[in-house]
Design a protein around this ligand. Structure first.
Ligand SMILES: Cc1ncc(COP(=O)(O)O)c(C=O)c1O
Length: 380
């Protein structure tokens, strides 16, 4: 196995354990970003071929990443972009409702609730959801539930959903299952076609290690067939030949028609492509195994006298997001500050310490975090 840490910067000699917030770009992606910037400073260095290849190549890489087929990827700039496209383009019926999970990440709520004609939403109570997601979903689905939208990996608990189980329940009710994969894609294996889900949306700037302002969406055939052509970007799927043609049309039928405008956005997309290539080269399965080993080593050496791990620790529900609570939770804030002061960057989310290791965090860094937590246990 390659020394994956060497693919990244040294994080100013700090430990970056906060990919759930901001995934760092590998150095090769940083170099690509500088080259892309040069293209803008010296436009003569950018060939039309390179420029036009940007959305084409990015789409190919994303297809490879999630095992999608041609025509299903929408290039975007965030998680929200994909949800917002679905909210705007689905051929809604007046009785339709969207089912959401209480306490889920805000991005899952705003696209429906903030639409020009808000779509009725319904909530699965968080208490029921945390006890038994499948049971809670079954109990909440109605005839009117057109979409069920949830996060694959929960940003505030680290819990991983069983997409197959929940997807099958949705299928049984004729409900589309829309998955927010921002905290899972890049750290867990995923094959779009093999699962009973209808759409997936994901940020590029977390586990996919791209620049901020990147993201994409995958929309399966059945859902796509229920969507209206609300927009079209002139450059989607065009090449030099169609650009030179005098026909002003060129509208295509696939999901590229929902792309964010300016898809040859080379300043952002070129470094993102290189970051995705880097992940694919490392292998998502190997990355996932590495993260799992990190999380298990953390759990094994954990100081249970003063702290508790509140994220799921076993089975398929364990993710790359570890949530730690001091047994006197009011200390969490100071402990978080203290970790930062000794060079360990983690997050504080809903009052708990969130540690999110990626493939560049070596296994040896586990003991450093455990020791620092032990030393910080009495800070106030
Ligand atoms: C589950 C989840 N979805 C979405 C986002 C961010 O949304 P967007 O990419 O639309 O800014 C985050 C950020 O933390 C997240 O954790």
């Amino acid at each position: 196995m390659l020394n994956w840490a060497s693919l990244f910067g040294d994080f100013d000699k700090r430990l970056w354990l906060n990919t759930a917030d901001q995934g760092p770009m590998p150095l090769c992606a940083g170099i690509a970003a500088i080259k892309a910037l040069e293209w803008k400073i010296y436009p003569g260095r950018l060939s039309t071929t390179e420029y036009q290849a940007v959305p084409v190549r990015l789409r190919q890489l994303l297809r490879l990443l999630i095992g999608a087929t041609n025509g299903q990827i929408v290039l975007g700039n965030s998680t929200t972009y994909g949800l917002s496209i679905i909210a705007r383009a689905l051929a809604w019926r007046s009785e339709d409702q969207v089912l959401l999970v209480e306490g889920d990440f805000p991005a899952n709520f705003t696209p429906w609730q903030g639409a020009a004609q808000p779509i009725q939403t319904q909530l699965i109570p968080s208490r029921l959801w945390s006890e038994d997601p499948a049971g809670a979903l079954r109990a909440s689905l109605r005839r009117e539930t057109r979409i069920f939208c949830a996060s694959w990996v929960d940003s505030f608990t680290g819990r991983v959903l069983d997409l197959r189980d929940l997807g099958n329940i949705c299928r049984g009710n004729g409900t589309f299952f829309v998955v927010n994969a921002s905290q899972g894609l890049g750290n867990r294996c995923f094959v779009a076609g093999g699962l009973p889900i209808d759409a997936l949306t994901c940020s590029g700037s977390k586990w996919l290690c791209g620049p901020y302002g990147t993201g994409f969406c995958w929309i399966g055939e059945e859902m796509s067939a229920s969507m209206l052509p609300i927009q079209y970007y002139w450059q989607a799927n065009r090449d030099e030949r169609t650009l030179s043609s005098t026909s002003s049309s060129g509208l295509g039928a696939d999901n590229a028609s929902y792309d964010v405008f300016a898809t040859a956005n080379f300043l952002n997309y070129v470094p993102w492509m290189i970051a995705i290539e880097c992940l694919l080269e490392a292998g998502i399965e190997s990355i996932s195994k590495h993260i799992d080993a990190w999380v298990l080593a953390f759990k094994d050496g954990f100081d249970t006298t003063h702290y508790e791990i509140v994220s799921t620790q076993g089975g398929i529900e364990r993710s790359a997001l570890i949530f730690v609570n001091h047994k006197e939770p009011m200390r969490n804030d100071s402990i978080h500050q203290n970790l930062r002061s000794v060079g360990i960057d983690v997050a504080l989310r809903r009052g708990k310490i969130r540690i999110s290791p990626h493939f560049f965090n070596p296994l040896e860094s586990v003991s450093l975090v455990l020791d620092s937590l032990r030393s910080a246990r009495s800070v106030m």
